[in-house]
Write a protein that binds this ligand. Structure first.
Ligand SMILES: Cc1ncc(COP(=O)(O)O)c(C=O)c1O
Length: 355
């Protein structure tokens, strides 16, 4: 028998105690209708493919990429109307969220976010040896007033929120930027599908950092690219924290081509939003609670029956949605797919509910 010696000598006790973030299931068989991690159901812009092909030269692959992603910063600055020096590039917005936590939160510090929301924030706080506190959204998915957790080292606010898909209005965001009393990360992973956003807030409130991802709106989850917009003085400090070359030549080429093709993506967003609204009406008809969404997914709960068996029954039929249980808030989060995928989802749900 082996002696009971630790198999993980030297690993920090707080890491051993962590559960670790568990991403949604990535079953990529072509038979599966994958509606569980909010990927875009449409392909990226044709210009992305051209740009990646053009980047596939021996010379480009042999050399290091631009450390700050200057070409992307210039393109994004032009398209979004922000100063390129106000942009930080990252290997997915999760990388940006990690950089922000490392830069703002000391060991033993305090990270706050509303709940239910993106589960990664808790893990980032734990990795930093920081405390993590949550503030419950109100029943109609607004923030409580007055905000009860002023002065945290970092407050994360996803807007639109996941899993609810709900969004605060610009007036609410502005009021919150003032009320929070410390650095605020406005996580706008789903802003491309929303009616409003807070991209101009960092220029007005130096405590606000906006984060964006190319994974959802730009159909590039596979290449891993996200970015932050903040006061250039903050960006200069964040650069000290990031890996020197946190984005590779291929992802930089793809992200730059994508952000430049706003016309293509406006068409994609309009299609996703149209499907979302149709899907919402039909889900309500099937007995799910009314849910408003400004994102590319719907948070579906029911009063009359538990939803976990629905998730399981759909999975048995090769339709993958995300079941989430936030003590008292369990539901399934369903990403908006193509119209054909959503038709199949609705047909199967109808038959499961009837059975
Ligand atoms: C609220 C929120 N923020 C950030 C992310 C991370 O996105 P990325 O793929 O850019 O790391 C996600 C992904 O699901 C998300 O839901």
């Amino acid at each position: 028998m082996r002696a009971s010696v630790s198999a993980t000598p030297g690993i920090r006790p707080d890491i051993l105690a962590m559960r670790g973030y568990v991403p949604g299931e990535q079953l990529n068989s072509p038979d599966i209708v994958k509606l569980n991690t909010n990927e875009n159901p449409y392909p990226p812009s044709p210009r992305v493919f051209e740009a990646v092909r053009a980047a596939l030269t021996g010379d480009k692959l042999r050399k290091y990429p631009q450390p700050l992603g200057d070409d992307f910063r210039r393109a994004a600055g032009r398209v979004l109307g922000v100063d390129p020096d106000a942009i930080l590039v990252g290997n997915g917005s999760d990388d940006i969220l990690t950089i922000l936590t490392r830069a703002f939160v000391p060991a033993g510090g305090l990270v706050v976010s509303p709940t239910p929301s993106y589960i990664l924030y808790r893990e980032l706080a734990a990795l930093q040896g920081a405390r993590f506190e949550t503030v419950r959204f109100t029943d109609d998915w607004r923030l409580p007033r007055p905000w009860p957790a002023r002065g945290a080292h970092l407050t994360f606010l996803p807007n639109p929120n996941s899993p609810s898909g709900t969004a605060l209005t610009r007036d609410e965001l502005t009021a919150f930027a003032e009320a929070v009393g410390g650095p605020l990360v406005l996580d706008e992973a789903y802003a491309d599908f929303a009616a409003e956003n807070g991209l101009d807030l960092p220029a007005r409130f130096p405590n606000v950092v906006v984060t964006r991802t190319m994974s959802k709106g730009y159909a590039l989850a596979g290449i891993r690219f996200g970015f932050a917009v903040a006061d250039p003085a903050i960006i200069r400090e964040l650069v000290k924290v990031k890996d020197s070359y946190n984005c590779d030549v291929l992802s930089l080429a793809a992200a730059t081509a994508a952000i430049e093709d706003q016309e293509y993506y406006r068409g994609v967003w309009a299609k996703v939003i149209a499907t979302r609204e149709r899907m919402r009406a039909e889900l309500v008809e099937l007995g799910f609670e009314w849910t408003f969404s400004d994102a590319n997914f719907l948070w579906c709960q029911r009063e009359d029956r538990p939803v976990k068996p629905l998730y399981e029954a759909l999975k048995a039929r090769n339709i993958l949605v995300r079941y989430m249980d936030y003590s008292g808030y369990d539901g399934v989060r369903i990403s908006v797919g193509t119209d054909a995928e959503i038709d199949r989802l609705l047909t199967d749900l109808r038959s499961i509910l009837a059975g």
